[in-house]
Design a protein around this ligand. Structure first.
Ligand code: BES
Ligand code: MN
Ligand code: MN
Length: 453
């Protein structure tokens, strides 16, 4: 381990804890002040670490923190992207310690955002400090840290388009994904896209007594459940016409390569406490969560959910439904196909409204680039292992956006674990992963500078 990191380990942890104490939940307006506080905090941290310039850039939504240290215009420039906003902590009662009061248990930092993405984003700020205080920067660095990732990055496209010159770089570096395990580090080479929809089903013009009317009217909740159950068939195939038209056929060679990754299905199930897995016929769990598109209900509500019972047929029922997309599927087109199909399967007894929340395009990143090689060499040096290229199931919509707007590819050098419980109660991040990340990032800079010569 780099001696500077060893000497400063406890301060690096304390500083991260201070950021984790700011409840910067972007989805809930009650936390708006805290989201702004987190942006200011990140700006100050950049300056303290050695950024020669940092500012909080206002947008119509939450600000984007920009920072840079340009050492020599002749050197390559790395643009670091991350996010300082976090998911809501609910359901709060399932946390074993308060979500915004970080505690260390068994070598892991428990707090909302510890892994996604404050802990991983802050590694880059500390890596800047490490480089400034030891070797000096082998590349120029720019930072773009946003506060709306968890709600769809609505203002990021606008910001990027406004700042094409300022964001000029040679590569984008992101730590907002996971490795396979601490024994088997991996580099993410693909992310799924997303279409996030909300549906409203309306039946009778008011809530009804379920005895007086039950049986003769379409119950919106029953109808909604029935409609949802038609969206995926017995083989786990999505039934929306046209849904698979553009889905990339992954070659037999690539699937064979994927099957070599040490993805343990039994361990995967055991960790989740389930006796069996589910999904599309003909694909492994690893394939189902990475190279295949999916449809999931994320929330469903309506009717009486209070204490005791109430005999009622509710007037309305709702659901939030998201689809994960794979290369060549287009998020806007899939959202339209969903809307058309959902409207077409609604019976006359109800009216449906289909709304769109947000989405993002899928992305794949090359493994034959200088940047990928530099990342692989950094892992080899710090972890003593060659990282495995892996596609992941999550979405980071800005990866495709950067490619379109800035013509830049990203390197997805994440250090989390899928078991970190991101978006879930008791999110945590290994101290090992945090410090190892701070060690690996400067090595990426070093190898990237050398390979770019
Ligand atoms: N960091 C995650 C994405 C991620 C996690 C990718 C793990 C790969 C592995 C990111 O913060 C996230 O949660 N993205 C959202 C999409 C967004 C549009 C709300 C997602 O994937 O649900
Ligand atoms: Mn994230
Ligand atoms: Mn997230």
């Amino acid at each position: 381990m780099n001696p500077y990191i060893v000497a400063n380990e406890s301060r690096f942890l304390e500083e991260l804890f201070a950021l984790l104490r700011i409840p910067s939940v972007s989805a809930d307006a009650k936390f708006a002040d805290h989201v702004h506080t987190a942006a200011d905090w990140v700006k100050d941290a950049l300056l303290k670490a050695g950024a020669t310039h940092a500012e909080v850039c206002q947008t119509p939504g939450y600000p984007i923190v920009y920072g840079e240290t340009i050492v020599d215009p002749a050197l390559p420039t790395v643009l670091v992207y991350g996010h300082y906003d976090v998911q809501p902590a609910d359901p709060i009662e399932l946390w074993t310690s308060p979500p915004f009061e970080p505690v260390v248990k068994d070598g892991k930092i428990y707090a909302r955002g510890s892994s996604d993405d404050k802990g991983q984003m802050f590694m880059h700020i500390k890596a800047l400090e490490v480089m400034m205080q030891t070797t000096g920067l082998p590349c120029n660095v720019k930072f773009m840290i946003e506060g709306e990732e968890e709600v769809g990055s609505a203002n990021l496209g606008w910001f990027v388009a406004q700042n094409v010159e300022r964001l000029k770089a040679d590569v984008i570096l992101i730590s907002d994904t996971a490795i396979l395990s601490n024994e088997n580090p991996s580099i993410t080479v693909g992310l799924r896209g997303l279409s996030y929809m909300e549906v409203e089903v309306t039946g009778p013009n008011r809530d009804l007594h379920s005895g007086i009317y039950g049986g003769a009217v379409g119950n919106p909740i029953n109808v909604l459940c029935n409609m949802i159950s038609q969206l995926v068939d017995q083989d786990g195939k999505i039934t929306i016409p046209g849904f698979y038209d553009k889905v990339e056929d992954v070659s037999v060679e690539e699937r064979t390569e994927m099957a070599k990754a040490p993805f343990d299905e039994a361990e995967f199930a055991r960790d989740l406490g389930v006796d069996g897995l589910a999904g599309e016929t003909g694909y492994s769990a690893h394939e189902r969560v990475s190279i295949r598109p999916t449809l999931d209900v994320n929330g469903i509500w309506g009717g009486y959910t209070g204490e005791g019972s109430k005999t009622v047929i509710a007037s309305k029922a709702y659901a939030k439904i998201s689809m994960r997309l794979v290369p060549h599927q287009d998020s806007a087109e899939i959202s339209q196909l969903f809307q058309k199909h959902f409207e077409s399967i609604a019976p006359d007894s109800v009216k449906v409204k289909v709304g769109y929340h947000h989405g993002g395009q899928p992305a794949v990143t090359p493994t034959d680039s200088v940047a990928y090689k530099a990342a692989a060499m950094a892992f080899e040096e710090a972890w003593g292992k060659t990282p495995i290229p892996m596609r992941e199931g999550g979405s980071i919509p800005i990866v495709a956006l950067f490619e379109r707007e800035l013509g830049l590819k990203s390197v997805l050098m994440g250090f989390g674990l899928n078991s970190d419980a991101i978006h879930s109660p008791n999110e945590h991040y290994g101290i090992f992963n945090y410090l190892k990340g701070i060690e690996t990032i400067p090595l990426f800079f070093k190898h990237y500078a050398e390979l770019s010569k």
